[in-house]
Ligand binder design. Structure first.
Ligand SMILES: [Zn+2]
Length: 217
C-alpha cells in the first residue's frame, strides 16, 4: 500500500502539479518562495521514486507470502534500482556542471578579447570590475557566473538606455551572480536530464528560469 501511495504521489508531483503551479498567478508576487516550492516538489518527487523502489518489492513479497530467497532477491533488486536512480542524478549533475563551466570559460575568454568598455564614456561612474562591452547594434545584457564573473552589455544596449537604466541592468545581472542563480538552474537542468523521457516535464525548468528573472528584478 505504501508503495502505491508513494507512486501516486510521485506521479502527481511530476506530471500534474507542475502544470498547475506553472499556470498559477501568485508566484509572480513571491518568486523566491515559488522557486523554493519548485525545489521541494522536485526533491519530494525523487524521494517518492526511491520510496516506491524500496517499499514495492518488500510489499509484493509479503502479499504473495513467498519464501526467503525470493524476498532477498527482491530486496537486492530494489537496492540496485535505488542506487541507479541516485547515480543517474549525480552523474547528470556532474555532467551539467562540467559542461557549463567549460562553456562559460570559453565564453569569458571571448568577451575579454572583444571587450570595448574603455571606449564607452557613457558607462556609470562605478562599474563592476568584470564589466565587458561588446560592439554591435543589438541591445542585450547577460552575465557569466563563476569564480571570476563577467557582466556583458552590448554597445546597442548602451545606446538605447540612459545612465539610470544601465545601472539597473548591471544591478540585475549582479543579483543573478550574487545569488548564484546559475547553480539553481543547473540543478533543475540536471534533474530534468536524469528523469526518463515519459516522466519528465519541462515546466519546472521554464518556470524557475522566469522566476529567477523576477527575483533579480
Ligand atoms: Zn536576468
Amino acid at each position: 500500500m505504501t508503495a502505491l501511495l508513494l507512486g501516486a504521489l510521485g506521479l502527481t508531483l511530476s506530471l500534474v502539479v507542475p502544470g498547475i503551479l506553472a499556470g498559477a498567478r501568485w508566484p509572480d508576487r513571491a518568486p523566491a518562495a515559488a522557486v523554493a516550492l519548485w525545489q521541494s516538489i522536485t526533491l519530494t518527487g525523487v524521494l517518492c521514486a526511491l520510496g516506491v523502489v524500496l517499499a514495492g518489492p518488500q510489499e509484493l513479497v509479503s502479499e504473495l507470502g513467498s519464501d526467503r530467497p525470493v524476498g532477498a532477491a527482491a530486496l537486492i533488486f530494489a537496492l540496485v534500482i535505488a542506487a541507479v536512480i541516485i547515480v543517474r542524478l549525480l552523474v547528470s549533475l556532474v555532467r551539467v556542471s562540467i559542461r557549463s563551466r567549460a562553456r562559460r570559460s570559453r565564453h569569458r575568454l571571448l568577451v575579454d578579447l572583444l571587450d570595448s568598455a574603455e571606449r564607452h564614456g557613457e558607462l556609470p561612474a562605478e562599474v563592476p570590475a568584470g564589466l565587458r562591452v561588446l560592439d554591435g547594434p543589438l541591445p542585450f545584457a547577460y552575465c557569466l557566473p563563476g569564480r571570476s564573473p563577467r557582466v556583458v552589455l552590448s554597445d546597442g544596449a548602451l545606446r538605447v538606455l540612459d545612465a539610470e537604466q544601465v545601472a539597473a541592468v548591471i544591478a540585475h545581472e549582479q543579483t543573478h551572480l550574487r545569488h548564484r542563480h546559475d547553480v539553481v538552474m543547473e540543478s533543475f537542468t540536471a534533474f530534468y536530464r536524469a528523469v526518463p523521457r515519459p516522466l519528465r516535464s519541462r515546466a519546472p525548468l521554464d518556470a524557475v528560469h522566469l522566476l529567477l528573472e523576477m527575483v533579480a528584478d
